[in-house]
Design a protein around this ligand. Structure first.
Ligand code: GDP
Length: 451
């Protein structure tokens, strides 16, 4: 998402590199390029206008800075203004002071509400809450069963007293407002501290849908009404957001399907157009493909300055501290680095999620996008299969892996002998590098002390 916008903006800044001072013509040209990039990315026209006016005014009034050259200063301005249109500060869920916190989800059918219910539930559970999901979408075929499946994946209970429809030809029965109300009562009785109410969407905005959403809202008095918008829908996103803003007066936005490669600019306009903050981002179909939305980090990501904080958080979430400490001892005690360690490292990396997604958050990732796109996740599976085909003894004493053992390993893991040879070579290099690190010599080509 935002790839082409990101490419265009970084290309614009390249033109400013090395300029000692910026003339008015430089600023004009830059702002024009930025405007085009934003419009091409589907950012709504009024938002573009406001954005470029702010950038221009600030760029023209630039003071000479000792620390930053003019090009860098412009990047800084664009970064800050981008952060502004994305809502400024990170906005967290407002928890109820007494009783359960009630979060209602609203949005069009297919926006990703049901999926989000599971993601949000799991995320909150990870923070020590006891969420309950409530199935108030009785309209979309199988929405109730889907919520139950999602709840199971997330390890979060689901309140679903009514089965909902199973085919688009069924007339919806049951009262979604009553289900929502009962769901909240159930949460109170069972001491859940968060209730997430999934509601029905339609393919397009209609008054009946809006009225139902309003009825549910009025019945349960949610602490948060989250409007879920599919970031791939383009310009329509802004109109839909405005309609829901007037219809249910939501309190926050969730951008879903940010993993897609649509232009996405319309989604970027939603916060600015509605004046409501973007609170979360959904980035895939799995229950973990979800993150809190930080305007500052997203701005950096778009400007290819990387999002190292999110990267570290993802890593911390999944990283097994005991294993990490064991690995650290390998550095200091100069123990031998074995294939067993190699396997552990690989599993740790895999736990962090898709390698591609992780690497894309590195600063400068845009420059390597093509290589990253070609990165084959299955490569990791192959390497793991090879290591798993080794005997325990071979894993700790790789020197004994001779020709016939390599042939056996290749057969066992379904790869060619030359692939086994390649891995052995790479492993030998990694081992050498670990040794150098342990001896405090640093990695070749880099100063000692910086691995
Ligand atoms: P609802 O009608 O609003 O409840 O939407 P759903 O939760 O059923 O989602 C509609 C479709 O979009 C499903 O096939 C989901 O798997 C998919 N989906 C939801 N969120 C994401 C996301 O962040 N990324 C991608 N790629 N697909 C998603």
């Amino acid at each position: 998402m935002f790839n082409s916008l990101s490419d265009r903006l970084t290309a614009t800044f390249k033109n400013l590199k090395g300029k000692g001072r910026l003339t008015e013509a430089d600023v004009d040209a830059t702002v024009r390029e930025i405007r085009r990039a934003l419009l091409d990315a589907d950012v709504a026209v009024p938002v573009v206008r406001e954005f470029t006016a702010a950038v221009k005014e600030r760029a023209l009034g630039l003071e000479v800075s000792e620390a930053l050259n003019p090009g860098q200063q412009v990047v800084k301005i664009v970064n800050e203004e981008l952060q502004n249109i994305l809502g400024g500060q990170t906005r967290r869920i407002r928890m109820a002071k007494t009783g359960p916190t009630i979060i209602m989800l609203a949005g069009l059918q297919g926006a990703g509400k049901t999926t989000l219910a599971g993601k949000l539930g799991k995320w909150l559970k990870g923070q020590g809450h006891r969420p309950l999901l409530v199935a108030s979408d009785l309209q979309r075929p199988n929405a109730v069963t889907q919520l139950q499946v999602v709840g199971e994946r997330a390890g979060v209970p689901v309140y679903a007293p009514h089965p909902g429809t199973t085919s688009e030809f069924d007339d919806p029965t049951g009262d979604p407002v009553q289900v929502a109300r009962d769901g909240v009562a159930q949460a109170r009785a069972r001491l859940h501290d968060v209730v997430i109410v999934d509601t029905a969407g339609r393919l397009g905005i209609d008054e009946a849908l809006m009225a139902q959403a309003r009825d549910i809202r009025d019945a349960v008095q949610p602490d948060e009404v989250l409007f879920v918008i599919d970031a791939m829908v383009g310009q329509d996103a802004v109109n839909t957001a405005q309609a829901f803003n007037e219809g249910v007066d939501f309190t926050g936005v969730v951008l879903s399907k940010l993993d897609g490669d649509a232009r996405g600019g319309a989604a970027l306009s939603v916060a600015s157009v509605t004046g409501k903050p973007i609170m979360f981002a959904s980035t895939g179909e799995n229950v973990d493909d979800f993150e809190q939305f930080h305007p500052d980090r997203m701005a950096s990501r778009i400007l290819d300055m990387g999002d190292v904080l999110t990267l570290i958080e993802q890593a911390e979430k999944q990283w097994d501290r005991a294993e990490a400490e064991k690995m650290a001892r390998k550095f200091t005690d100069q123990e031998d680095f074995t294939f067993e360690d190699f396997l552990v490292q690989m599993q740790q990396l895999r736990k962090m999620g898709s390698m591609k997604k992780m690497l894309m958050m590195m600063p400068g990732a845009a420059g390597m996008r093509e290589q990253l796109e070609n990165f084959d996740e299955r490569e990791i599976d192959r390497v793991e299969a090879i290591v798993r085909s080794m005997t325990p003894h071979e894993r700790v004493a790789p020197k004994i892996i001779n020709g016939s053992r390599r042939a056996r390993i290749a057969k066992g893991s379904g790869v060619t002998v030359s692939e086994v040879n390649q891995l052995m070579e790479r492993f030998a290099q990694a081992q050498k590098m670990m040794k150098r690190l342990a001896q405090g010599k640093g990695v070749p080509g880099m100063p000692a002390g910086i691995p």
